[in-house]
Write a protein that binds this ligand. Structure first.
Ligand SMILES: [Mn+2]
Length: 372
């Protein structure tokens, strides 16, 4: 054992080296370099969440933190009619989103920083959806969506458009095949009543019987955009007109332009509560090859982003991007990157709109929140 004087000298030495503490960062003794803040992400670093957002286990019964916007995955693909694989969509989109990260979130097209703004935005992870029993899977998805819909928000609207007059969070869901929309619409109906659906897809997806409509989830002010698939017969369209869907074909862009398409969507939806559903196959396969049923002759990513921008101020209660099947993607992840970018634009639109139904919120210089 060292003599008492030596122990005293050693403890003095240790005290001296605690001087190498900067803020609350402690690197221990004998660090020869200036200490820097390492609490930030690079596009290729860290655990993969959507756009490096904080991940919270939202489906844990103890989860109680408030958020205004969340992304959530539905890794489900057992109703795919052509090529399966969309159960990996949430993973793929998160991977495609890694270039988007806090600190580099100013969206030029929308003229705002979607992250440094009024809304608390998180990644809620995925709803665990069984691949063995579709009927049970729909129950799991509806429970999961409803759980998130009824979480508290950080910013309430002055007159929320919901049936219960409560401000509910807005969710952007990552599919999964397109059938995830049915439990989502059922959940939204319980909060908002029937809503308009802005359905971007190369396929009609609403063959008779139109379940979402017959259950009273979909208002007759809905619209399909980007159609170009073959039909069973022209009767497919007749049924759609009956339930109140307007039709916009992919090739319409050549005749009426992006502005004309935006005008058609706005005319259909008006001031109603609306849900945006993006089947990634609305894009041309050259821009988004990794999907379950690709169709030639679609819109470019740039054209589609302009269309989304043209409807950014509608009353969007939620959105999804579905049918991303990363196993069919290129090594460059072009489908997942497009999907992630589309989601960022939808989030930006929600942030610009503010809490639905209330005064628009903005951020003054210095990050102080205020109502505008
Ligand atoms: Mn489709």
């Amino acid at each position: 054992m060292a003599p008492p004087k030596l122990i005293w000298a050693m403890s003095l030495l240790a005290t001296v080296h605690v001087g190498e503490v900067w803020g609350k960062i402690n690197v221990g003794p004998n660090f020869k370099y200036p200490i820097e803040d390492l609490d930030y992400d690079l596009p290729f670093s860290n655990i993969v969440t959507f756009a490096h957002l904080p991940w919270e286990r939202c489906f844990n019964r103890k989860h109680d933190s408030a958020f205004d916007i969340a992304v959530v995955g539905f890794p489900f693909d057992t109703t795919v009619s052509v090529k399966p694989g969309a159960r990996y969509g949430p993973r793929g989109i998160r991977s495609g989103s890694t270039k988007e990260k806090p600190g580099r979130t100013y969206n030029v097209n929308y003229g705002l920083d979607w992250h440094q703004n009024w809304a608390r935005i998180i990644d809620c992870g995925d709803v665990p959806v069984t691949p063995y029993d579709n009927a049970h899977a729909y129950k799991q998805m509806e429970q999961g969506y409803r759980m998130l819909l009824h979480k508290p928000v950080t910013q309430t609207a002055s007159s929320p458009p919901s049936l219960d007059k409560v401000t509910h969070p807005r969710l952007i869901s990552m599919g999964g095949d397109h059938s995830i929309m049915l439990p989502i619409l059922r959940s939204l109906k319980s909060v908002y009543g029937p809503i308009s659906v802005i359905h971007f897809d190369s396929h009609l997806d609403s063959l008779n019987p139109t379940k979402g409509y017959s259950e009273g989830c979909i208002a007759n002010s809905s619209v399909h955009g980007g159609l170009r698939t073959k039909l069973f017969s022209p009767n497919d369209y007749a049924n759609d007109a009956e339930v109140g869907f307007s039709l916009i074909h992919a090739r319409d862009i050549d005749d009426i332009g992006i502005r004309g398409i935006i005008d058609k969507i706005r005319a259909a939806v008006g001031e109603s509560m609306a849900y945006i559903s993006v089947d990634i196959d609305v894009l041309d396969p050259s821009a988004a090859p990794a999907t379950g049923a690709p169709e030639a002759g679609g819109w470019t990513t740039r054209e589609f982003k302009r269309i989304l921008e043209g409807i950014k101020d509608l009353n969007i209660v939620g959105a999804d991007v579905v049918e991303v099947a990363p196993d069919y993607d290129t090594n460059a992840e072009i489908t997942s990157i497009a999907a992630a970018d589309i989601m960022i634009d939808i989030i930006s639109a929600m942030v610009e709109k503010g809490p639905l139904g209330g005064a628009k919120l903005g951020v003054k210089d210095g990050g102080e929140k205020d109502e505008l």
